[in-house]
Design a protein around this ligand. Structure first.
Ligand code: FMN
Length: 179
């Protein structure tokens, strides 16, 4: 299998995982996911991503019971043995200036890339993930003690999948091309 086939096979296999086994994730696997994330590109190589790995059951319980926005129930999240809080260090000047000039939030782009590196590494290690954007940032900051200088970008659930994931329909390359 060449590099592209291996890559496409990995990205095709990934789908959001919303059911998890009651099985802890090995520290070594979490470290490998963080390693993959750390290799992501970033604007001016500032590498603003920071990952808080929440394993403690009481803290996870608080995130699930108080940290999510209403209207999109995520009962499955309580079964995920790990909740990752993906944050951006916003203290870099480039992150203040860039949105004024280019209208692009570099730190959000950077964290999106690093987060997906993390997610794909997890997939390669037999783990399931789901990006979670429907959270209350103030509550998450309080519960997980995230410093003010960090922008909370996303949560990502992590764990061993309890079964096969549902694969969603995707646009074709033609659909996503601008003529
Ligand atoms: C930024 C972002 C935020 C998301 N937030 C949520 C969420 O709060 N709850 C949830 O169940 N899924 C969430 N998702 C997962 C999407 O619903 C999912 O990626 C999409 O339906 C495509 O399915 P797939 O991941 O299986 O390809 C989010 C995904 C992204 C990228």
């Amino acid at each position: 299998m060449d590099d592209f086939d291996a890559f496409l096979s990995l990205v095709s296999k990934r789908a959001s995982c919303r059911s998890y086994l009651d099985k802890p994730v090995e520290d070594e696997k979490i470290r490998k996911c963080l390693l993959a994330a750390s290799l992501a590109p970033s604007a001016c190589n500032k590498q603003p991503w920071r990952f808080k790995i929440v394993i403690d059951p009481a803290e996870r319980h608080l995130i699930c019971s108080r940290g999510l926005l209403p209207g999109l129930p995520m009962p499955w999240l309580k079964d995920a043995p790990v909740i990752v809080i993906l944050c951006a260090d916003t203290s870099f000047v480039v992150h203040t200036i860039a949105p004024m000039l280019s209208k692009v939030s570099f730190h959000l782009v950077d964290c999106g890339i690093a987060g997906q590196h993390f997610v794909l590494a997890a997939e390669a290690l037999g783990l399931g993930t789901c990006w979670i954007g429907w959270f209350k940032p103030k509550k998450i900051r309080q519960i997980a003690n995230i410093p003010r200088s960090m922008h909370i970008v996303s949560l990502i659930s992590l764990g061993y999948p309890a079964g096969p994931q549902q694969h969603r329909t995707k646009f074709t390359p033609e659909n996503i091309s601008i003529e």
